[in-house]
Write a protein of this length. Structure first.
Length: 122
C-alpha cells in the first residue's frame, strides 16, 4: 500500500509534532508560477482563525486549513535511496496545497522521528 488517507487536520498535527520533536522537514508549496521549498526545523507554530502558521525567523508558512479537502501519507519507491514518505494535502479541486517530507541526508533514511510522525497521523 503506497497511500493512506488521513484527516484534513494532519498538516497541523505533523507541524506540531515536528516542532515538539525538533524533527527537520522539507516542505514544498507550489503554484503555477513558483515553488517554495523549506529545508530545516519548524520551531514556532500557531493557530489563528482558519489558518495554521509556522512563524520562524527564516521561514513562514500560512496554511488555510479550510481549503484542505484531503490529506494522504504517501510512500514512493526511491531506488537506491529507499522509500520517500510524505504528507500531502490537496484542495477539493485536486490541487496540491503542500507536501511535507522528513529531511534526510543523501543516502540516509529519514530516521525514526519522521517515520513516527507520519505513522501517528490519523
Amino acid at each position: 500500500q503506497f497511500t493512506r488517507r488521513v484527516t484534513s487536520e494532519a498538516g497541523r498535527d505533523a507541524l506540531i509534532a515536528a516542532s515538539e520533536t525538533k524533527t527537520p522537514l522539507m516542505i514544498f508549496v507550489g503554484n503555477p508560477g513558483t515553488i517554495q521549498i523549506h529545508s530545516g526545523s519548524v520551531l514556532k507554530t500557531a493557530a489563528y482563525k482558519q489558518w495554521y502558521n509556522v512563524l520562524d525567523p527564516d521561514f513562514n508558512l500560512h496554511l488555510k486549513e479550510s481549503l484542505v479537502d484531503s490529506a494522504w501519507v504517501v510512500t514512493k519507491p526511491g531506488g537506491e535511496l529507499g522509500t520517500a514518505t510524505s504528507l500531502e494535502l490537496y484542495s477539493a479541486e485536486g490541487e496540491s496545497i503542500v507536501m511535507i517530507f522528513g529531511l534526510r541526508k543523501q543516502g540516509a533514511d529519514y530516521g525514526p522521528a519522521w517515520e513516527g510522525i507520519v505513522e501517528n497521523l490519523r
